[in-house]
Ligand binder design. Structure first.
Ligand code: HSE
Length: 424
């Protein structure tokens, strides 16, 4: 029997206990041993909790039990998870986590502590929920030089956007649904403002490009400023709006890493990733594009990745291989103004009235007007309006395009929103 301890009996923690119980037989056959959670650390009693019989309230009970070989950290947040993780690794216990905030913030240090103590620190569940992505990047694609990762990395916002587009649900109702389904973070600001996706792309970028990328150093924009009219005009153009995280190597070898809403053309596979699903596109020099797709949040998908890491840690009782990244000795992150993009710009007025000024600044552009009530009208939400329209610019550096947008505004055109367009 392999003894494990679980820190945190919330959504993910309870999912881990359920998966271990439900798939007990299959896991036993694969492992040749049973994995048994013998302690669940909680701060306070939860009387109705189904696994309350395992509750302990003092972390030292777990640390001091030499039979506990694996600690599953499903607490979330930095404190006390950071301290507990360090102590477990230093005590020679493997640690498995779904905590992207901790991995993104202290991954470099924790991986080094794990290496020194010859144990594993595994975090497959921290990115993409149930989708295998950390291990494929580290192992299956390791013969490639990876130039870019882009993807939908937050299930909550993708669910909210899908509900708004397909069902005409309001932002608030869709977010409340996502919370009820266990997709959202405790503080939904992290989902809505792109912080959760930012932590995830920082982890992927750090792994792939080898240097620690701090979420604090990258652009993280969320979906809270998007309006129904943006969504409808993007649809009229032949696309949809998605929250995209990307990390890519530029020609000068600097790394551009960011999260923001993008208008994604319907020709892209990413445009068709809906609800709680995530998709991550990895571009390798040998493989070309490889796409990973699956449920990016939720109790059981996330627990599936955690339990697989526990099995992996146990299979490789000595540290299996060193996933690591190090601090760069010189600045290596590119400014997001270097992104090659097009801009989707929504403005007040009619094409007829504004065309001259727009084309003076941007040259030829694509105009998008609400030609019909279309799908938006069917949903009964947004009505055809004659007093605003959008246009999509040519491809250029983001900084250059943003500067021209400012000039347009100074020339008297009222800009309602500016959204990047994802280009190949
Ligand atoms: N809140 C996260 C999401 C959970 O919605 O993607 C999974 O990391």
């Amino acid at each position: 029997m392999i003894k494990a301890a679980l820190l945190g009996a919330g959504v993910v923690g309870t999912g881990v206990l359920e998966v271990l119980e439900t798939n007990n037989q299959a896991i036993r056959e694969k492992m040749g041993a049973v994995i048994e959670v013998v302690y669940v650390l909680e701060q306070v009693d939860i009387p109705a909790h189904p696994y309350r019989n395992l509750f302990v309230y003092d972390y030292n009970v777990i640390l001091e039990d030499s039979e506990v070989k694996v600690v599953v950290e499903a607490m979330g947040g930095l404190n006390p998870a950071y301290d507990y993780t360090k102590k477990a690794l230093e005590a020679g216990k493997h640690v498995v986590t779904s905590n992207k905030e901790l991995v993104a913030t202290h991954g470099e240090e924790l991986l080094e502590i794990a290496r020194k103590n010859n144990v594993n620190y595994l975090f497959e569940a921290s990115v993409g929920g149930g989708i295998p992505i950390i291990r494929p990047l580290h192992q299956c694609l390791s013969a490639n030089r990876i130039s870019e990762i882009r993807g939908i990395l937050n299930g909550t916002t993708n669910y909210v956007l899908s509900q708004m587009v397909d069902k005409g649900q309001s932002f608030e109702d869709a977010l409340a649904d996502a919370q009820a389904k266990g997709y959202a973070e405790r503080d939904t600001t992290a989902d809505v403002e792109g912080i959760d996706a930012g932590r995830k792309i920082a982890i992927l970028g750090s792994m792939v490009f080898g240097h620690a990328i701090s979420p604090d150093d990258i652009l993280m924009e969320g979906i809270s400023k998007l309006t129904r009219n943006d969504v409808d005009l993007a649809e009229e153009w032949g696309g949809t709006i998605k929250l995209i995280g990307l990390a890519k190597e530029l020609d000068d070898k600097s790394i551009l890493c960011m999260v923001s809403p993008f208008v994604v053309s319907n020709h892209s596979l990413l445009a068709h990733v809906n609800d709680v699903y995530n998709a991550i596109m990895v571009t390798g020099d040998a493989t070309g594009n490889v796409m990973f797709y699956g449920k990016g949040a939720g109790k059981l998908p996330t627990a599936s990745a955690v339990v697989a890491d526990v099995m992996d840690a146990v299979f490789h009782r000595d540290a299996r291989r060193a996933i690591n990244w190090t601090s760069a000795d010189k600045p290596f992150l590119a400014d997001h103004r270097c992104l090659q993009t097009r801009l989707f710009i929504r403005v007040v007025g009619t094409v007829e009235k504004q065309r001259k000024l727009i084309e003076e600044k941007f040259g030829e552009v694509e105009y998008i007007t609400r030609n019909s009530e279309g799908k938006a009208g069917e949903r009964g939400i947004s009505k055809k309006t004659d007093d605003e329209f959008a246009f999509v610019t040519h491809v250029n550096m983001e900084g250059e395009l943003m500067d021209r947008a400012k000039e347009l505004e100074r020339a008297g055109v009222e800009i309602l929103s500016v959204i990047r367009v994802l280009i190949d």
